[in-house]
Design a protein around this ligand. Structure first.
Ligand code: SF4
Length: 196
């Protein structure tokens, strides 16, 4: 079964909602529906903090070899950014998390930020999304020493906060793999909205 077919079945069967209600997350179900209606979103699941896999080794992959290091305001190289081992205890405080699956970074960022905003207005005042930043098509201002253009909208990537996105997605039956060429193979992007 292809990843896309698998995802369509998950959406058609409402697998996310069944799992969410079993986990006591039914009151957040509207965010699943909202996310699934957004452009580029292929799946959305409500999960709990114990389903998010943390592993501080993500910092090694950020610091050594990632093109974002010292090139983006949302990367853990930015001044004052939380280290993974600092972020984990904060993120573990949340009891309801929306995981959003797309095939591109921009859709992932837009959808998660929109859900974060809606959840905040709904009263979940600690709602916070992790998505990486897709806003400046002509490049981040960080290398030039200028301030972030959209600090209200820029959000860190989940891996920068110590989340093992591969293990988290696989643990939920969602597709993800390392790619030899990101431009030639289908990508799987995951963003998180930590709701409450
Ligand atoms: S909004 Fe622009 S300047 Fe700010 S982190 Fe994102 S890409 Fe960089």
């Amino acid at each position: 079964m292809s990843d896309d077919v698998s995802n369509e079945i998950r959406k058609d069967m409402g697998v996310s909602n069944v799992e969410a209600e079993a986990g006591g997350l039914a009151k957040y179900r509207k965010y699943v529906e909202r996310a699934l209606a957004m452009p580029g979103v292929v799946d959305a699941l409500l999960i709990t903090a114990d389903q998010v896999v943390f592993d501080g080794r993500t910092y090694l992959k950020c610091m050594y070899g990632c093109t974002g290091w010292n090139n983006s305001w949302v990367c853990p190289s930015a001044p004052g950014a939380l280290k993974p081992w600092e972020a984990e205890p904060l993120l573990r405080k949340y009891k309801a998390i929306l995981l959003i699956h797309t095939h591109d970074k921009e859709s992932s960022h837009k959808a998660s930020l929109a859900i974060e905003s809606e959840a905040f207005v709904d009263g979940y005042y600690f709602a916070f999304s992790l998505s990486d930043c897709s806003l400046c098509r002509n490049g981040c201002t960080y290398p030039g020493g200028e301030p972030c253009r959209f600090p209200q909208k820029a959000r860190p990537a989940a891996q920068g906060m110590g989340i093992d996105v591969f293990a988290t997605a696989r643990g939920l039956g969602l597709p993800i793999k390392t790619l030899a060429s990101a431009s030639e193979e289908e990508q799987n992007w995951y963003s998180f909205v930590f709701i409450e």
